[in-house]
Design a protein around this ligand. Structure first.
Ligand code: COA
Length: 670
């Protein structure tokens, strides 16, 4: 079938549907649309057999829906309507939820029901975005496949099967029309709400729009809620901090909040905010992205010096998993396997996070185990360098450089680990350098439904590092590596396995994937052949090194990255700003220019010629012994640059004054 996707964003769900339908032989065209006119144009371009709207925030014009069958993916159970389905499902403590595939109708979500699939909701629900990427996506795939199956059956063609009318479903279904959830519905009352209520409220709004609150006089949106079982203190008071998160007291305990987004000055009427202009407060606002917001960042970064006196309460990575708390990195051993789990919000890995993970990896490698299994987060394995942290930094070009070098340092050690067999376990999706991180392992396994984006180019022609020029061709060959990095298409786990990018894909959900991965890791640790396998890997590494040293791959990649970060073309910086500010970056009045300490030559741009670098990475050698240990020299061209922006990161937070959902968006479904 010729299927056209009309979608507000080609997000994880839309990418997953693209993969599943393409694998089944359908011909898919994806159009990211923001207006009705764009939809009309998309259809006139090439008439489809079917239109699917994986995530559409605006109505399909009647001229389109009357001519084509248009199926809308709605993240709600039968009868459910409205733009805040998942928010209400989490907030109302629903025991199960679902996804319905509806035909487009003049009224939102009121069309006939083609399919509807339900799934259980845990008592301790995940964040809305996690639900969306997990069970909602799985149910949506099942629903869309079922609907397409029906279109293709004789029953439908003969008229003996018809989609169910909403009015019929309402006679028995539990779902109903719900209003958009507003900040007033989300507000936390620290003097009354218990920890379960607070966590539920934050998760119902995570990743957007967040729960608006006030912390130490800063008006901000809250994200990343975690229970805390041990720390106690007065409700509403910030009791502790750890790895960027803050712990806040509640009536019955405490909760961690990992991320905040500053809202700006609540007393200053915002030029671009209608509610502020008309004198109304945020309570009425149901916008996904606040027009007066800053950048979503670790909570301690947003609150800054006002946290003075709040104690840091670190948790060792190998502390027993015996109570609920906030921890990004955990290490545990079982049956000769060291399990190193890391879960970074949105899969973004800042310089500090990379360095902490490197420290944890080196610890894992110092242990008398035989296998190290790296387990990324359930939402994301990794999405590479932390673009938000970079954007908020005083000098984004230099911070980009520091971040990519920190990633490279981690990957260098993985590639040079000869004492252990390293397994990467992808429970969630991965993008850009995050995919390449997995390729540095000896075995890369992913859950069957995982979506990979093994490319960098869409971020302003970013070249990428993470030793990808070594690890990707090593797995898929040079031609395929070029194709993957140039075409910028999402890749399903099964296709990735077939081309050798992954070693295997299994498990229908994160739990079954992890169970199988643990079984495989344990078998490997006991395998009498393991010693020979380690020897073989060491020999292969030495052979590869003699052909081309790892340091040369790194130096060549970083030479190109230097052009991206410090060169005259601002494409990467502009793309990053568009990404961080969801397509609407604020004006950059007075921002420090990008430091251009290293002027790239045209030759470098054109041919990727290896040139000596400030602290030449080519000097780094692989570890000599079986337990690789030497770091590749870190390249820090701008560390001492005169072009620092002073307090720019902080000032930027207050600068954003943009109305985002300007034109048509009238609803949101995620
Ligand atoms: N740094 C900071 N935040 C990141 C990030 C990164 N590298 N990658 C993703 N995110 C954030 C997004 O801003 C979004 O935040 P929000 O929902 O809290 O507002 C969230 O993670 C989910 O990302 P989204 O783009 O909505 O998910 P998706 O499943 O539709 O797409 C990717 C996944 C990986 C294709 C897409 O996020 C992407 O292109 N990321 C950038 C990858 C990159 O270029 N990294 C740098 C080079 S290594």
């Amino acid at each position: 079938m010729k299927i056209l996707f009309l979608t507000s964003a080609h997000n994880s769900l839309s990418q997953r549907l693209l993969i599943e339908l393409t694998e089944r032989g359908h011909d898919i065209r994806v159009c990211v649309v923001a207006t009705g006119e764009e939809m009309i144009y998309a259809v006139s371009d090439d008439a489809p057999d079917l239109i699917i709207a994986p995530m559409l925030k605006i109505a399909i014009p009647e001229v389109v829906s009357s001519r084509y069958l248009c199926l809308i993916v709605h993240p709600g159970i039968k009868g459910d309507r409205g733009p805040s389905s998942l928010d209400w499902a989490i907030a109302n403590d629903e025991k199960s939820w679902g996804v319905s595939i509806l035909a487009a109708a003049p009224e939102f979500d009121a069309g006939p029901i083609w399919a509807s699939h339900e799934f259980p909701l845990e008592a301790d629900p995940p964040a809305k975005s996690s639900l969306y990427r997990g069970p909602v996506t799985e149910a949506a795939v099942r629903g869309v496949l079922e609907a397409i199956g029906r279109i293709e059956t004789d029953e439908f063609k003969a008229g003996s099967w018809r989609p169910e009318k909403l009015s019929d479903a309402l006679s028995y279904a539990h779902g109903r029309l719900r209003p958009p959830m507003k900040q007033a519905d989300r507000a936390i009352d620290w003097t009354r709400d218990n920890t379960a209520t607070i966590v539920r409220k934050v998760r119902a709004a995570d990743s957007a729009p967040g729960v608006l609150g006030s912390l130490l006089g800063t008006s901000c949106f809250l994200y990343g809620a975690h229970y805390e079982d041990r720390i106690k203190g007065p409700p509403g008071r910030i009791l502790a901090r750890r790895d960027g998160a803050i712990c806040i007291g509640a009536v019955d305990g405490a909760v961690w909040i990992s991320h905040l987004k500053a809202k700006g000055d609540p007393n200053a009427p915002e030029a671009h905010c209608d509610l502020a202009q008309s004198g109304l407060g945020c309570e009425l606002c149901d916008m996904e992205f606040c027009s007066v917001a800053g950048i979503k960042l670790p909570a301690t970064q947003v609150l800054g010096p006002s946290l003075r006196g709040v104690p840091e309460m670190p948790l060792p990575i190998d502390a027993p998993d015996d109570h609920r708390t906030f921890r990004e990195i955990a290490y545990a051993e079982e049956g000769g396997v060291g399990y190193l789990s890391f879960d970074f919000y949105n899969g973004a890995m800042s310089t500090t996070q990379c360095r902490r993970l490197l420290g944890a990896f080196l610890h894992a490698r110092s242990r008398p185990t035989r296998v190290i299994a790296l387990l990324g987060g359930v939402d994301f394995w990794s999405n590479g360098i932390h673009l938000n942290a970079i954007e908020a930094s005083a000098d984004p070009a230099n911070e980009s450089w520091r971040n990519i070098n920190a990633m490279d340092d981690l990957i260098f050690e993985m590639l040079n680990t000869m004492s252990h067999f390293v397994i990467a376990g992808l429970r969630g999706n991965a993008g850009a350098g995050g995919v390449m991180l997995a390729l540095a392992a000896d075995r890369a396994y992913a859950m069957s439904g995982v979506v990979l984006n093994p490319h960098y180019r869409s971020m302003g022609e970013l070249y990428g590092s993470e030793y990808w020029t070594y690890t990707l061709p090593r797995r898929v060959g040079q031609a395929r590596a070029m194709e993957l990095t140039q075409a910028c298409q999402p890749l399903g786990a099964k296709a990735a396995r077939e081309m050798g990018l992954l070693d295997d894909a299994f498990g229908e959900d994160a739990n079954s994937f992890e169970a199988e991965l643990r079984a495989r890791a344990a078998r490997l640790a006991q395998d009498p052949e393991l010693r020979a396998m380690l020897r073989e890997k060491h020999e292969r590494r030495l052979d590869d090194e003699s052909i081309k040293p790892l340091a040369s791959y790194r130096a060549e990649e970083l030479e190109r990255m230097k052009v991206n970060f410090f060169g005259p073309d601002p494409a990467y910086h502009e793309a990053r700003r568009r990404f961080v500010f969801k397509g609407n970056p604020p004006p950059q009045q007075g921002r420090a220019p990008i430091s251009a300490r290293t002027e790239p030559s045209q030759e470098v741009l054109g041919k990727a010629v290896v040139r000596p670098m400030p602290d030449d990475a080519s000097r780094s050698a692989p570890s000599r012994d079986a337990i690789g240990s030497a770091h590749a020299p870190r390249l820090e061209p701008g560390e001492s640059s005169a072009l620092t922006g002073g307090a720019w990161g902080a000032r930027l937070l207050g600068m954003l004054r943009r109305k985002v959902a300007a034109a048509q968006p009238t609803r949101r479904d995620q």
